[in-house]
Design a protein. Structure first.
Length: 136
């Protein structure tokens, strides 16, 4: 009996049903491509600073915020104030971070709130460590 699955990752359909081995291979390739996107996103000092600001916000997340269901993030206008940059520039860098999967976006009222995506960052660091150890 052959097990067949349909390859789908982050909402994207990757073709017809295929074997588990093919799906695993495909997912490894997709994660490698995402690693390149993440590396490119982190190459910008502005984007790196945005990540640090969002990480600081997540680390200062208080219990009362949890009760109010307020996401531990910031909107573009708060990031503009923090960075001293125009809205268009901050939005561009937010878009790049979002496409790389490094941040998440939630709508809160009229504002989109951006939060750091710690799980993707941890996976990325784990992959880097794996790659470095494999090439020793």
């Amino acid at each position: 009996m052959e097990l067949c699955v349909k390859a789908k990752y982050q909402g994207e359909d990757y073709g017809e049903p295929c074997s588990v081995v093919a799906v695993v291979t495909l997912l490894i390739m997709i994660f490698a491509m995402n690693s390149v996107k993440i590396s490119q996103a982190l190459s910008s000092p502005i984007r790196y600073r945005i990540l640090l600001i969002l990480a600081q916000k997540a680390n200062s997340y208080k219990t009362e915020d949890t009760l109010n269901k307020t996401p531990p993030g910031l909107c573009v206008f708060e990031l503009m104030d923090e960075l001293g940059l125009k809205q268009s520039k901050v939005s561009y860098h937010i878009k790049e971070l979002n496409q790389a999967g490094l941040i998440t976006e939630k709508t809160q009222g009229k504002c989109n709130v951006y939060c750091i995506n710690s799980s993707i960052i941890k996976d990325y660091i784990g992959l880097l460590i794996q790659d470095i150890n494999a090439n020793k």
